[in-house]
Write a protein that binds this ligand. Structure first.
Ligand code: GTP
Length: 602
């Protein structure tokens, strides 16, 4: 396949507008997967993705299609790169777009343009991609394609006559999609005669083959047996296998200019496979390709084994998983309450949740996570500045006085039906937001921009926004600058002992309420024990909330007098089971759920 017959494209959309379903249909149309293969959303391979119905990892598939082009039938090789739709994963989107020349912008015919449609459009537009608008779900009774066309024109200046009307469900209009891809998206621009340059798009670890890299060959060609080097590290490797993703790995022995595929090269860990790196033939001198923006960590949380002895197992599981998700940062940390663990940086709360779920499902790890925090900056009276990713690292009674603090902010984009404007404005004000823009998408929908502290967004903002707008709000954010802020460290004490893993940093104005809610939650979730437990929230030495949990002797055998020994054993076993997910802090047993519940207090 000469590069003139190759097209690399992506599908971008707001969450649930039908991207993965459309991808499935295209794979079926081209015979890449069998029709009715039983599992919808073929490219959503991860268990979490199927369960939550969202795409987390971008996946790639190569399709073959014959099309009449310039008067004769020609065979085309089409690389489809699926992208995630949720705001947390826009990093994956920009990464996918780096290997594409065009994108299908899918918009739900009933819902119209939503916040992520806007964000994704700009990502594609700024990468100079050819954009093909696809108005999907036209089979729905409430579909209104003309309204969506008008929105595309007014918001993005896209020509309404360019829009394809489809239903990925009924198949209507799908026959126009691949011809449009071939005719409107330019072939990859690389030179086959230039030395090899390829972009490392993604990597994961396979039990049998080792590290498998997804690559886009920009210039030249890659053959099995080639010796290649990394522009970032200078390390050299020998390519032992190369091929396309069809959608399973199909060895082809070669990848030519413009192709996207996989490569195995004896890398021992995915840490060596730097996403965004340029790979080239050893001993040729090349100009590295522009990489992509590195992932920015918005939320940090401590991860600890639910059972202290499992540190090594957790370490192993995290290593394996980060092989497949380079957007998580990991450093070791220790907590007096929880022992040895890790501080992980995530792109957002959903990303954090998904990471936990994958740790448990795919790697059998049981973890306790600490309250998520954003990276704050603190300045002391001696002039020193520190970035704090873990509230416990901030001394409660510092020797040097704190003189200033800053917190990260984001620019939030919110699109909502006009009737919800009032309640959304109230919510944003409660969350310390500052309105920057207020306009209309069309007569029924309002468009608002806010500057907001990131901390206010990461704790349950999206859920609350959804609930006050009956699910109609759409939301996206991009990171912005730091702003100075009045922050305090809030400690949680159990019987007078601060629990480092429960410390948080909050805005001073919110500290009393948050403190009260935290101690109330803890009281609910900690079981009564053989002694009284005093739960307190404090700023420095000042206690701002307090609850007392009275003592109780818990005897599971109390109910089974009589001599049924097997029943007794069963009960004791059951009690032991329950204990597994406990953490002993000082002398107090805290169930894992207590840690989990604290995450939701904002
Ligand atoms: P993410 O992967 O989370 O970004 O979502 P997505 O955009 O890939 O959406 P997905 O393909 O998972 O579709 C979301 C829902 O819409 C699913 O329940 C689909 O069955 C449904 N759906 C997709 N296309 C159509 C369509 O053309 N018509 C109708 N009625 N429903 C559709």
């Amino acid at each position: 396949y000469p590069s003139d017959n190759i097209r690399n494209f992506s599908i971008i959309a707001h969450v649930d507008h039908g991207k993965s379903t459309l991808a499935d249909r295209l794979l079926e149309l081209t015979g890449t997967i069998r029709k009715g293969h039983g599992q919808p959303q073929y490219l959503d391979k991860l268990q979490v993705e199927r369960e939550r119905g969202i795409t987390v990892k971008a996946q790639t598939a190569t399709m073959f299609h014959t099309h009449k082009f310039l008067d004769s039938d020609k065979d085309f090789l089409l690389n489809l790169i699926d992208t995630p739709g949720h705001v947390d994963f826009s990093y994956e989107v920009s990464r996918s777009l780096a290997a594409c020349q065009g994108a299908l912008l899918v918009v739900d015919a009933a819902q119209g343009v939503q916040a992520q449609t806007v964000a994704n459009f700009y990502l594609a537009f700024e990468s100079n991609l050819a954009i093909i608008p696809v108005i999907n779900k036209i089979d729905q009774p409430t579909a209104d394609p003309d309204r969506v066309k008008a929105q595309l024109k007014s918001m993005f200046d896209l020509d309404p006559s360019d829009a394809l009307l489809t239903s990925a469900k009924t198949g209507q209009g799908l026959e126009q999609v691949l011809p449009a891809v071939i005719e409107r998206i330019p072939p990859p621009p690389g030179k086959s005669t230039s030395p090899l340059r390829m972009l490392l798009l993604d990597s994961y670890y396979d039990e049998y083959k080792g590290v498998i890299c997804h690559v886009a060959v920009v210039d030249g060609a890659l053959h099995k047996g080639d010796k290649i080097s990394s522009a970032a590290t200078g390390q050299s490797y020998e390519v032992s296998d190369v091929g396309i993703l069809h959608p399973e790995l199909v060895p082809t022995g070669v990848l030519l200019t413009g192709q996207v595929g996989f490569m195995v090269s004896g890398m021992r860990s995915t840490k060596e496979a730097r996403i965004g790196d340029t790979l080239h033939h050893t001993r040729t001198v090349i100009q590295p390709l522009p990489g992509f923006k590195p992932a920015k960590h918005m939320v940090f949380s401590g991860l600890y084994p639910a059972d202290g002895s499992d540190f090594e197992a957790l370490n192993h599981a995290i290593e394996r998983l980060t092989c497949n998700d380079a957007s998580v940062s990991v450093t070791k940390e220790s907590s007096t309450a929880l022992g040895l663990g890790f501080r992980c940086g995530f792109l957002g709360l959903l990303h954090m949740d998904v990471f936990h779920q994958r740790l448990e499902q795919e790697h059998g790890a049981h973890v306790i996570s600490t309250v998520p925090t954003v990276p704050y900056i603190f300045e002391y009276s001696d002039g020193s500045k520190v970035e704090v990713q873990n509230p416990a690292a901030l001394p409660s009674n510092p020797k040097n006085r704190l003189t200033a603090c800053w917190e990260p902010t984001v620019i939030a984009t919110i699109i909502i039906p006009s009737e919800y404007v009032g309640s959304v404005i109230t919510l944003c004000a409660e969350r310390r937001g500052e309105q920057l823009e207020y306009s209309f998408v069309d007569s029924q929908r309002a468009f608002m921009k806010y500057r907001m502290p990131l901390r206010e967004i990461v704790v349950d903002f999206y859920n609350e926004l959804k609930s006050i707008t009956s699910g109609y709000a759409s939301f996206d954010y991009e990171d912005s600058e730091y702003q100075s802020s009045d922050l305090v460290k809030l400690d949680i004490l159990l019987n007078g002992q601060p629990v480092d893993a429960m410390a948080t940093i909050v805005h001073k104005s919110k500290a009393p309420r948050v403190g009260r809610e935290l101690v109330e939650k803890l009281k609910k979730f900690i079981d009564r024990q053989m002694f009284e437990i005093i739960i307190q929230a404090a700023i420095g030495t000042k206690v701002i909330a307090r609850e007392t949990l009275s003592a109780m002797r818990k005897n599971v055998l109390a109910k089974c007098y009589g001599g049924d020994i097997t029943r007794k054993k069963k009960l004791l076993e059951k009690q032991k089971e329950g204990k597994k997910r406990m953490k002993r802090v000082g002398s107090v047993d805290i169930p894992q759920e207590a840690f989990h519940e604290l995450l939701k207090v904002s």
